[in-house]
Design a protein around this ligand. Structure first.
Ligand code: AMP
Length: 434
């Protein structure tokens, strides 16, 4: 049985709906699409009927050879229902056998994929050979669970067993759990941005707790860009742990000046700059007393377009802050991600368009300081060559099609469709840039 819609889980699944679900296996997906537009047709999991029975998929990551694979499949008669790269995996797996085995089909995939597949008899976890995105295995009584993050296991009192290794395929059936290794060896390239922002702080990845990494990132940032100030305030919730580390390292009091409205969705995902600006303002309100007449350090995990940081500086100045210093717990984002994090085109990335001085001026900050790659790696307590740092360095572990962007499959299918979406593709302006 398939049920899916747009919105929060609690809005999509009522208790009655959950009671109607029958069977002893299920897969789910709560991620917005990073290829294809965000609409219900593109929402996962996808389910198809094949000659070998039903097959379902939930995928985290991006395939970098999606356009080529899709063209090849369409030329052989495949009909696609969506514009998401993940659907390609189902078509490859549905190909006639023994001409193509399941493992041979998986070997065709390039890029980032942590996936959970469900067939009529098995649940299968697949992690690409670079291990860009997380995937772990847990157990509750006699049931096995695959999850992106360990926090999901905690919530249902399941036991964490282990992470799925990069390049591993785990097959769970009535017979138990077994592994296959269909991919050639890759170098581990776990996405650093998972530690910086994406993962939940209560998750553990590669035996390191995410919250602890963020606090250490804040400490490293303070060592790299110290400042004399009266108070350190985070942009909640994303900057909270880094701000804590920053304040501890320099002995500057930590305070919560911004109050978050939890009923507003993710401002980052709004299609137009106007709506993003408005939502960023409504999302956080400021307690003026905390900052009035003070030298304030405001800490966030990342600056992408600059919308959030700029709005925060305006708030702080309006409330009477004497100085506003911005500190960011990762390096400047200069390059797009092709492996599943939704960053905009390079021309919309503030750090791609401006120098550090220009960024500070645009944000109207008294100073700005970013963490560097070395500090980030130090905070994660692993070696640099274990990570994908492409969005900071431009060194991409897996080559990608230069034309590749979020809407690649829509563009090749229909020019008219692209025009209808022009709002998303309009150039962004940094209107206040001197
Ligand atoms: P911006 O306002 O465009 O500069 O975006 C920066 C804010 O969005 C920061 O507070 C980040 O925590 C958050 N953020 C950064 N990257 C992403 C992403 N890929 N998806 C959602 N939020 C993000």
């Amino acid at each position: 049985m398939l049920h899916k819609d747009m919105g929060l889980v609690s809005q999509v699944f009522s208790v009655e709906e959950l009671h109607r679900l029958k069977g002893n296996r299920a897969i789910g997906h709560v991620r917005y699409s990073t290829t294809g537009s965000s609409n219900v047709k593109n929402a996962q999991p996808f389910v198809v009927d094949t000659a070998r029975g039903q097959l379902a998929i939930a995928h985290n990551g991006n395939l970098v050879n999606a356009a080529i694979l899709r063209e090849e499949l369409e030329s052989r008669g495949s009909i696609f229902q969506t514009t998401v790269d993940s659907e390609i995996v189902l078509h490859l797996l549905a190909q006639p056998r023994p001409a193509s085995t399941a493992m041979a089909a998986l070997r065709r995939l390039e890029g980032a994929f942590s996936m959970v597949l469900m067939s009529e008899n098995e649940i299968i976890g697949v992690r690409d050979p670079y291990g860009f995105r997380p995937l772990c295995l847990g157990k509750l009584n006699n049931a096995y669970i695959l999850s992106s993050e360990t926090c999901a296991l905690d919530l249902i009192h399941a036991e964490f067993i282990r992470e799925i290794e990069p390049g591993e395929v785990v097959i769970i059936s009535e017979e138990g759990v077994r592994s296959e290794w269909p991919f050639p060896d890759g170098r581990s390239a776990f996405c650093m941005f998972e530690y910086v922002y994406f993962a939940r702080p209560d998750s553990t990845i590669r035996n390191v707790n995410v919250k602890a990494v963020r606090v250490r990132m804040g400490r490293e940032l303070a060592r790299l860009h110290p400042v004399e100030a009266d108070v350190v305030v985070p942009v909640p919730d994303s900057g909270t742990y880094a701000a804590l580390g920053f304040s501890e390292e320099l002995g500057i009091p930590f305070d919560l000046a911004f109050v978050r409205n939890h009923y507003i969705g993710r401002t980052f995902m709004q299609p137009s700059q106007l709506i993003r600006d408005f939502n960023v303002r409504v999302k956080l309100n400021l307690i003026g007393e905390v900052v009035r007449g003070k030298r304030v350090v405001v800490v966030d995990d990342s600056i992408v377009r600059g919308t959030t940081a700029r709005a925060r500086v305006v708030n702080l100045r309006e409330a009477g802050a004497e100085e506003v210093h911005i500190r960011v717990s990762c390096p400047p984002h200069r390059f797009p991600c092709h492996y599943g994090i939704d960053f905009p085109n390079p021309d919309k990335l503030l750090a791609n368009q401006c120098t550090l001085n220009e960024i500070a001026r645009y944000l109207e900050a008294d100073s700005i300081g970013y963490l560097d790659v070395a500090g980030m790696v130090q905070a994660a307590q692993q070696s640099e060559n274990q990570f994908c740092l492409a969005c900071f360095t431009g060194n991409y572990p897996v080559p990608f099609d230069k034309e590749l962007d979020k809407h690649v499959m829509e563009r090749r299918r229909s020019q008219t469709h692209l025009i209808a979406e022009a709002g998303q593709n309009q150039p962004v302006l940094f209107p206040y840039l001197p």
